[in-house]
Design a protein around this ligand. Structure first.
Ligand code: 7TS
Length: 409
């Protein structure tokens, strides 16, 4: 079924080539949590430490020059990957969580006042929920929530009614890490703009899996994480429209983000460095650049089509298992599939599957309100990426059937 050579791709990921308990191969199906890294990324990080480890933007020696060029090269790759206009729009952060916090603290503190409204949805990850709760409590602003319908899609009628002149920001996930739902963000952004609100997209689960064009979307902010798209941990991106970032006060103060410092006050440097205080995750940024090259090499269109086929394959197999309920039935969806298995606690099931070589997630997946909405405290979730193959899903299905026998009372 492959529209590209998944076998070749898989062989680029050393961690996948291992045998676990009782000779079972590893079926890694926890990609929404973090993805594995290809040789290319691992080698780029190693090469930085072995050949040109140095701080960036500070010294004029050979190592520092090389490190700075490589570090800034990744920024150019990000511009092209998400179809931004300028490197000034690309801020390096630690990940999606920090990107959202940056907007909440910097833009939010300046622009949100008492009585203002921020629209979120019921399917948000805690990292696109808690920062807004903190801000709303501080500013006496109101959080409004787009309900999630039974099929795992957003209630877009309700969204239309929530939007008003009080709405200052809409902060929503592009793709749910629990339900797999891909939200119709283009329409939602257009509607928000008509109401005079800005839009922040949580792209943690979408940017790794589908082509993103921030210019076409006309989105104001986009947050995503390198580690969910083959890159190292501790590196993420905040994209922001240049004029908006320009108008925002700094988030962290310190070295690298200043222009002139006096004892009592300072002036700040240009974008994007205004938001990048302190020594950054240089190795992470360089590794992330390689991850982008890798994905571009495969082609995001091919990644998306392949994952679509794999997702349909997984859904069709899971649907046949009695007592298993898939949570989220959106037609527009990605490869994060949550389910419950009658009579087996998700933690017990994850542990059992682990002994069968299958790595999936069991828990609330940092979406407690959403999981509660579906009358649970925990779910199981498999999540796919470009190196997964039908054999991983077959291994999962076989292990699930064994688990059902094992836990039968
Ligand atoms: N937003 C979404 C939609 C996510 O899925 C995650 C991480 C984050 C934000 C936070 O990303 P971070 O890189 O800053 O941690 N999601 C998951 C998950 O589903 N299982 O583990 C982490």
């Amino acid at each position: 079924m492959s529209c590209f050579n998944a076998n070749t791709i898989r062989s680029d990921f050393p961690v996948l080539d291992q045998i676990l308990y009782d000779g079972k191969p590893l079926a890694y199906l926890d990609n929404a949590a973090t993805t594995q890294k290809p040789h290319h990324v691992i080698h780029a990080v190693q090469e930085y430490y072995e050949a040109y480890n140095s701080n960036v933007h500070r010294a004029l020696h050979f190592l520092a020059e090389r490190a700075t060029v490589a570090y800034e090269e990744t920024r150019k790759k990000v511009v092209s990957f998400i179809h931004a206009n300028t490197e000034r729009s690309i801020i390096y952060t630690r990940g999606t969580t920090e990107s959202i916090n940056l907007v909440a603290y910097s833009w939010g503190r300046k622009n949100i006042d008492e009585g203002d409204e921020i629209i979120l949805s019921e399917m948000e990850h805690h990292s696109n929920l808690v920062p807004w709760q903190i801000l709303a409590q501080e500013k006496k602003a109101k959080l409004c929530f787009i309900p999630v319908l039974e099929d795992g899609t957003l209630d877009l009628n309700a969204y239309t009614h929530l939007l008003s002149s009080k709405t200052k920001l809409v902060a929503i996930t592009h793709m749910s890490n629990v339900l797999g739902t891909i939200n119709p963000v283009q329409k939602m952004i257009d509607q928000a703009h008509q109401a005079g609100a800005l839009v922040l997209l949580d792209g943690a689960q979408s940017v790794p899996h589908v082509s993103i064009d921030v210019s076409q979307l006309d989105v104001d902010f986009l947050a995503f994480s390198g580690h969910k798209m083959l890159g190292p941990t501790g590196i993420g991106i905040l994209y922001g429209k240049e004029a908006i970032l320009e108008s925002m006060p700094p988030f962290h103060g310190g070295g690298e983000m200043i222009h002139k410092v006096e004892l009592e006050q300072s002036t700040y440097t240009e974008l994007p460095h205004k938001f990048e205080a302190g020594t950054p995750n240089i190795a992470g940024v360089i590794g992330f650049g390689e991850a982008i090259d890798y994905l571009e090499g495969v082609g995001m269109g091919a990644v998306q089509s392949y994952e679509q086929l794999l997702t349909q394959y997984a859904l069709s197999k899971l649907e046949k298992i009695s007592g298993l309920t898939i949570i989220g039935k959106a037609l527009e969806r990605g490869g994060a599939i949550s389910f419950t298995c009658e009579g087996i606690h998700p933690h017990d099931l994850s542990q059992y599957l682990d002994r069968e070589g299958v790595a999936i997630r069991g828990g609330h997946m940092c979406c407690q309100p959403l999981v509660r909405k579906f009358d649970s405290t925990a779910l199981n979730r498999l999540s796919l990426y470009l190196y997964n193959m039908e054999q991983d899903i077959d291994q999962l299905i076989e292990a699930l059937l064994k688990a059902k026998e094992f836990f039968k009372t």
